[in-house]
Design a protein around this ligand. Sequence first.
Ligand code: ADP
Length: 481
Amino acid sequence: MKKILFVTSEAYPLIKTGGLADVSGSLPKALAEQGEEVRILLPNYQAIKTDEAIFFKSTLSIAEAGGMVAANILETRLPGTAVTVWLVDFADYFGLPGNPYVDASGVAWPNNAARFALFCRVAVELAMDRGYLGWQPDIVHCNDWQSGLVPALLSLEQPHPATVFTIHNMAYQGLFEKTVFTTLGLPKSLWGMHGVEFNGLLSFLKGGLAYADHITTVSPSYAEEIQTPAFGYGLEGLLSHRKAVLTGIINGIDAEQWDPETDPYIAQFFNAKSLGKKAANKAALQAKFALPINKKVPLFALISRLVEQKGIDLILEGLEEMLAQPLQFVLLGSGDKGFEQQLLAFAQRYPDKMAVFLGYDEGLSHLIEAGADVFLMPSRFEPCGLNQIYSQRYGTVPIVRKTGGLADTVTDALPDTLADHTATGFVFDDATPGTLLETVKRALLIYSQPKLWRQVQVNGMKKDYSWSESAKQYQKVYDAL
Ligand code: ADP
């Protein structure tokens, strides 16, 4: 049994903006089930919602730009589990309306560097058992740039617990002006090309990549891709230098939350043996989006942050032609205002074929997975991706670009994979609207052959995406440290 401090800026169901929250909400649980003692460290955002009791644990004195400040540690549980969560309570930074990264009007917090530097410093105090909690971890497992300074700061403490840093998305790096490094009062020895400096800027991410004892990322393909200029954002050199301690481990999914046999958000439970019942969810989804209720027409779906990473522009460019096909299309997402407006405009022009729900809606995302026939995920890059996995579990056949975790989790429907029952979706390589459209047509062709389609659905539904296998791989990483 190892003691693991799991440092993260979001964890489902307490607070979620994306896939990191799903991982932070389910990996610690899976590790606990396999005998590890895990505690999650999370900022005490105002937006956190829980019915679990919250207790005061201790007050820590933390170095800040202007001197020492007091931060409280509160204790709660990850709802519905026995996993302990420690909340870093510092109202000036975290007690305001908004989400972890942006304020209530959607603008990035201007003091993000200070907010997450404080969070990291608290993590270091707890890692060194200086938080009056009587608990010292063997491993500090950090996630994404918000906890990137933890391995860097811990490297200055002797002896210190081993550190693991997981990259969930290289596109977000926590880059700030050099002056921020100075104002934050970070130790001078951390500055420099072997430290947290990146082209004259302060990079929180590099604190993790340069100093962690082990680096992981969320799929084997992404682990390779980030060692190349196209995906490495200038950090590919450092990553390939560290490749001996870089491992790709595919994310699992929370198989209880995402289970078509028990999902409380869907209209009708179903499984691989009762796929016919999926039709009730399709009808509910068509009704919800005010589309014609039609069992036969293939229903395409997309759930996503509406940002360029997700290939929304590819969809927009090909949408006119896509909507000329015999299909319906529902979309749930929010993000780039330009994308939102263009998508809405299409929905208004084609009210019988396309409907859009702008916003974030957990329940609706489950109904979409249950009711759709095809799920679109044409990402330009995708560290792991979760919706293509949820889709397979719900018999919704994904169309994905061959990148990162999408390439690792979806098997293209080709003559040989159809023959040996391994096909689970449709995969394309070129990031062009034309190739996406061709793939949509490829899917329509198989859809028109119900027996073949059902087989692809069942192949996906039978795959095991639970966390237990991936958690074992993390345990191997911990054990090797
Ligand atoms: P990323 O972390 O890059 O956003 P992932 O596919 O790894 O992408 O995870 C996204 C998670 O957020 C999934 O669980 C997805 O269902 C969810 N999600 C994204 N947008 C929305 C939305 N508008 N409403 C509900 N859930 C959403």
